[in-house]
Design a protein around this ligand. Structure first.
Ligand SMILES: Cc1ncc(COP(=O)(O)O)c(C=O)c1O
Length: 381
């Protein structure tokens, strides 16, 4: 049929496409996929066509979910709009109204808020427990408990979780385990291979790696990921194609970034341990033979003026996040752990002098010099 100008302008892309063999996956920046006829739509629902509508599925988030699953040694994965939505999808795949979760006390503040403030509205009860005491974990398991939740390296105090102990407790009580592996990344730690059922990432952090993406990924057992995927579709917490594409691009350099991040973090931790202006240095040991992660947390309470320390950081960025290629610092008390009740914060060691350092990939000597300068400028006489 011949068409007039206004119609041709709208349908400019209506000609059948050639397929191009681009080196990298293109961005499927489309909200929906087109069908040739009604049989073609039926074929989708019979599992013959891949895609229908981007909230339901799109090649870019699928590529990210599958890539992280493969790196974690898990059969399946799903990408979501953020780390928190991946956590929620994971939880809802194993817990429903009337169920109970045992969670570590020592977790990211945003996760604490989700578990403490939102899950009760879904009818899911959560008990926060000191996970350094395994008896306490077992003692708090009830007949309604379905899940044990923790982080492989905790935020911000960098405690390394004993995954095999958690898996054993869970198996003994017929429970699921879910681990946030954001700080460790699959480069240093693969909880699924240690028997954990669900592994979650804030891909906003090291997977994206450049502080320009907000995304989450959940990987794990096939049956659980199938359930989690349906939560993502029905709750509308899917990841956009462009964000997924950026996260996949970042993921390609995960190994080289993590290697440098960890080397620099170890050098900074060693230097700060020698510095009298620092009361305590938190940096894990024995995470993996490849290194111990890239976050160093320090406590300067009573030794330095905290406000002066932050003012003296020169080129180091103050940001309420972590894991970019640039070194940055955050102040858990007023940002990530603001919502954690004061008594719990005190008990955990989240003090007014606690500073979380996300060590970047710059020259290690420059990073050390920047922190030594800030400590010197802020030290209390
Ligand atoms: C360990 C950990 N898990 C989950 C999240 C939440 O991720 P997002 O901000 O992508 O929702 C964060 C955010 O800082 C985090 O540090």
């Amino acid at each position: 049929m011949t068409q007039n100008f206004d119609t041709r302008a709208v349908h400019l892309s209506n000609k059948e496409k050639k397929s191009f063999t681009s080196k990298v996956t293109p961005i499927y920046q489309t909200s929906a996929f087109k069908f040739t006829d009604l049989d073609d739509i039926e074929d989708f629902f019979n599992g013959k066509n891949d895609y229908l509508y981007t909230r339901v599925g799109n090649p870019n988030p699928d590529e990210l979910g599958e890539a992280i699953a493969q790196l974690e040694g898990a059969p399946h994965g799903v990408a979501t709009s953020s780390g928190l939505s991946a956590i929620l999808a994971g939880i809802l795949s194993v817990a429903k109204h009337g169920d109970h979760i045992v969670a570590s006390k020592d977790i990211y503040g945003g996760t604490y808020e989700l578990l403490a403030n939102e899950l009760p509205d879904f009818g899911i009860e959560v008990t926060f427990v000191d996970f350094t005491n395994q008896e306490e974990i077992s003692k708090n398991i009830k007949s309604t408990t379905t899940l044990i939740y923790s982080e492989s390296i905790t935020n911000p105090l960098l405690r390394v979780e004993d995954l095999s102990a958690l898996v054993t407790i869970a198996k003994n009580h017929n429970l699921y385990t879910m681990i946030d592996n954001t700080f460790a990344t699959p480069y240093f730690c693969t909880p699924f291979e240690e028997g954990v059922d669900l592994v979650v990432h804030s891909a906003t952090k090291y997977i994206g790696g450049h502080s320009d993406v907000t995304a989450g990924v959940l990987v794990g057992r096939e049956d659980l990921i199938a359930k989690a995927k349906s939560k993502v579709v029905n709750l509308g917490s899917n990841l956009s194609p462009f964000e997924a594409w950026l996260a996949c691009r970042g993921l390609k350099t995960l190994s080289v970034r993590m290697e440098r991040h960890a080397k620099n973090a170890q050098a900074l931790a060693n230097a700060l341990k020698e510095n009298n202006a620092v009361q305590k240095v938190y940096y894990p040991e024995n995470v993996s033979s490849k290194g111990n992660g890239a976050i160093v947390t320090i406590d300067i309470t009573g030794r330095c003026n905290v406000a002066d320390f932050f003012k003296s950081l020169d080129w180091v960025k103050i940001v309420p996040t972590l894991a970019g290629v640039e070194t940055s610092v955050s102040y858990p008390l007023s940002t990530s752990h603001r919502a954690v009740p004061e008594a719990s914060r005190k008990e955990l060691g989240i003090t007014e002098g606690l500073v979380r350092i996300s060590v970047g990939i710059e020259d290690a000597a420059d990073i050390i010099a920047a922190f030594e300068h800030a400590l010197k400028e802020s030290v209390l006489s």
